[in-house]
Design a protein around this ligand. Structure first.
Ligand code: ASP
Ligand code: MG
Length: 411
């Protein structure tokens, strides 16, 4: 008998018919003898609808009341799902975050889980009940309702799985797994059977939006095997787990992630001296602007330039700041470019194989794509290019690494 935590996202419970389909799936799992804890999201669109209601009244709605409001979305789903389970003769009980209880800190709208008391759930499981828990919410030490941030039901599911020591945490969604890259861009993109936590984190933070990043971090930290699978069709999905030691099976590259969310800023003609990078980048971070790729260059005349990327939504603020810094440092010029795209290849196989970067650069060069910036980590190489070549770049890299087939690297 296995203890499995399943999470159903908004589209999987988007209508009464879909809730019934989820109930039918849970009924099958239950009959197979598994202990099931089911975490639900709000019906798709509901959280946004609720936010809209608050915004219609005030654009400064109190955060505590907003959390009370938003937590209702999941509460509706959990009750409807239990009703659908009861209709199928399954004994099931629903709990809000507060009823479990899932204890969090008091940061409304982005609360962090501190502790879960699993005793109530365990008692129900022992009585062969299916336990349905509202995702995305908890309760703070002063008995206030909190929410965990958008997409937070994933984190609820993983945290419950960790605390109950579940055998697996299954995330049911509208895609049948994690793909080598976005199938809308590359039509022979392939579903991955498995991927490591580390790789998934790189993929997620690079713009693959299947799972809330925090839930993957959590799963990695507590070593909770996570499986992403479709609630609309049968299939094995993608298992996200710790790296295995079978080097033979390891593909060189697991995935290609990309986004067009960033813009590039350059400051030129600054002194090549200690403290200058701090003056430039420190001021940007102090304004709470997240910096991603950073490159510094020194010219022959000993003047330096620094290029970095920020989210497009922060561009104008960052540029204004940079203009001021440029005056202070007597810089030559500042310029910006928002027509850029970031493409990353990700794979733990990179650790043990040289030459991955060369294959990447060759593929881009064959297409005449100019690389503007490069950064690397142990398991990732990122390039920044002109956004108009994004799809071409992704397709040519997918082909260059032969990712449409499940390759085994040659030693
Ligand atoms: N309902 C919340 C949201 O839309 C949480 C979730 O679905 O994970 O963000
Ligand atoms: Mg989601």
């Amino acid at each position: 008998m296995s203890l499995i935590v399943q999470k159903y996202g908004g589209t999987s419970v988007g209508s009464v018919e879909r809730i019934e389909a989820v109930a039918a799936r849970i009924a099958r799992g239950h009959i197979d003898g598994n202990q099931l804890v089911v975490v639900v999201s709000a019906m798709s669109g509901e959280t946004n609808r609720l936010l809209g209601l608050a915004a219609d009244i005030s654009d400064q709605a109190d955060l505590r009341e907003k959390d009370v409001l938003l937590s209702t979305g999941e509460q509706v789903t959990m009750a409807l799902l239990c009703i659908a389970l009861h209709k199928r003769g399954i004994s099931a009980v629903s709990y809000t975050g507060r009823q479990v209880p899932i204890l969090t800190d008091s940061s409304y709208s982005k609360a962090r889980i501190q502790e879960i008391d699993g005793s109530r759930i365990r008692a129900d499981l022992a009585c062969k009940k299916v336990v349905v828990v509202a995702g995305f919410q908890g309760v703070d030490p002063d008995d206030n309702i909190t929410t965990l941030g958008r997409g937070g039901s994933d984190t609820t599911a993983v945290a419950l799985a960790a605390s109950l020591n579940a055998d697996e945490c299954q995330i049911y969604t509208d895609v049948d797994g994690v793909y080598t890259t976005d199938p809308r861009v590359v039509n022979d993109a392939r579903r991955l059977d498995k991927i490591t936590f580390e790789e998934m984190l790189e993929m997620a933070s690079q713009g693959s939006k299947i799972l809330q990043i925090r839930s993957v971090e959590f799963a990695g930290k507590y070593n909770v095997p996570l499986r992403v699978l479709s609630s609309f069709e049968e299939g094995p999905g993608t298992l996200i787990s710790l790296e295995e030691n079978d080097n033979m099976e390891k593909p060189l590259i697991s995935g290609i992630a990309f986004n067009k969310d960033e813009a590039k800023l350059t400051i030129r003609g600054i002194p090549d001296q200690p403290g200058v990078a701090y003056k430039v980048l420190g001021a940007i971070s102090e304004a709470n602007i997240e910096i991603d790729v950073i490159v510094q260059n020194v010219a022959k005349d000993n003047s330096a330039s620094i290029t970095f990327t920020v989210n497009k939504t922060d561009l104008s603020e960052a540029e204004t700041l940079l203009q001021q810094i440029a005056v202070d440092l007597g810089a030559l010029e500042v310029d910006s470019d928002k027509h850029i795209a970031k493409v990353s290849i990700v794979g733990v196989g990179m650790r043990s194989h040289a030459g991955v970067a060369a294959i990447m650069f060759e593929a881009l060069s064959n297409e005449g794509i100019n690389i503007q910036l490069i950064t690397t980590s142990e398991i990732k190489i990122t390039v920044v290019i002109d956004e108009k070549y994004l799809e071409l770049a992704v397709r040519s890299l997918h082909a260059a690494f032969n990712m449409a087939v499940d390759t085994v690297p040659l030693e």
